[in-house]
Design a protein around this ligand. Structure first.
Ligand code: FFO
Ligand code: ATP
Length: 204
């Protein structure tokens, strides 16, 4: 495991992104299947009616089969869409199977922005977050854009906010011993990897 305290946030990001990108196609495929098995029958997933996920990029663990399962089960599914103004914000937009996608400025696929189909983040039941690195105390290191932190800033003022449940999704190799958190960083309720769960304070 990586000893995070010896590295700057920038170097840690670079190292962890390299690690996830270097996984082979078959390793990625196996990891996605294992992640699916960890989550698909879990009460938090089964109970959630409004779920936000992401489209995998840059070696991230791929939640697409969870997205498809959620849609088959009649849940409302959402993906992040970057706003053109202000450029630091994103929204969560409802998507249906087969909907056209475009590439955003980071080359990540996203739905065509339609304000009427966006849902405020506090009205989602479950948010599955991509991440670059995680620790076992709920710490999350993202891509460095601050998009998720900004969307979830309300959580740091209202610690008792129950919605949405925040689950980081990761490859086991993205685990680090400890992340230093900045004041704006939101804490995850749990991180789920291909190998298992790292819960922080899940109310069941
Ligand atoms: N799959 C996925 N979707 C996501 C995120 C994510 O982490 N994963 N995001 C989570 O926040 C948002 C996009 N955030 C991002 C933040 C920074 C960079 C970034 O630094 N990219 C380039 C360098 C900048 C550039 O090309 O202009 C890079 O790859 O180094 C990419 C995405 C919304 N959608
Ligand atoms: N709630 C917030 N309000 C204003 N600025 C914020 C907020 N949260 C984060 N930021 C800004 O975003 C920048 C990036 O933050 P950080 O490195 O924690 O992003 P990240 O969690 O890795 O990225 P992401 O959430 O996009 O995956 C920071 O420089 C910070 O100033």
């Amino acid at each position: 495991m990586i000893q995070a305290e010896d590295l700057s946030r920038r170097d840690l990001r670079r190292l962890l992104r390299q690690k996830r990108r270097s996984l082979s196609c078959s390793q990625q495929h196996r990891a996605a299947q294992r992640l699916y098995r960890q989550l698909a029958q879990h009460p938090l997933f089964r109970r959630a009616r409004h779920i936000a996920l992401y489209l995998a990029n840059d070696g991230e663990i791929d939640p697409r089969i969870l997205l498809q399962a959620a849609q088959r089960r009649g849940k409302a599914t959402y993906l992040p869409v970057l706003k053109t103004w202000p450029g630091t914000r994103m929204a969560f937009q409802r998507v249906r199977p087969g909907e056209p996608m475009r590439r955003n400025r980071f080359c990540i696929a996203e739905p065509l922005s339609k304000a009427a189909r966006q849902r405020p983040v506090w009205a989602l039941d479950l948010l599955l977050l991509p991440l670059v690195g995680f620790d076992t105390q709920g710490g999350r290191l993202g891509m460095g854009g601050g998009f998720y932190d900004r969307s979830l800033a309300f959580r740091n003022h209202r610690h008792n906010a129950r919605r949405p449940i925040l689950l980081g999704l990761a490859h086991e190799c993205q685990k680090v011993d400890r992340l230093d958190l900045e004041k704006w960083d939101v804490t995850l309720d749990a991180t789920v990897t291909d190998a298992g769960w790292y819960p922080l304070r899940l109310a069941r």
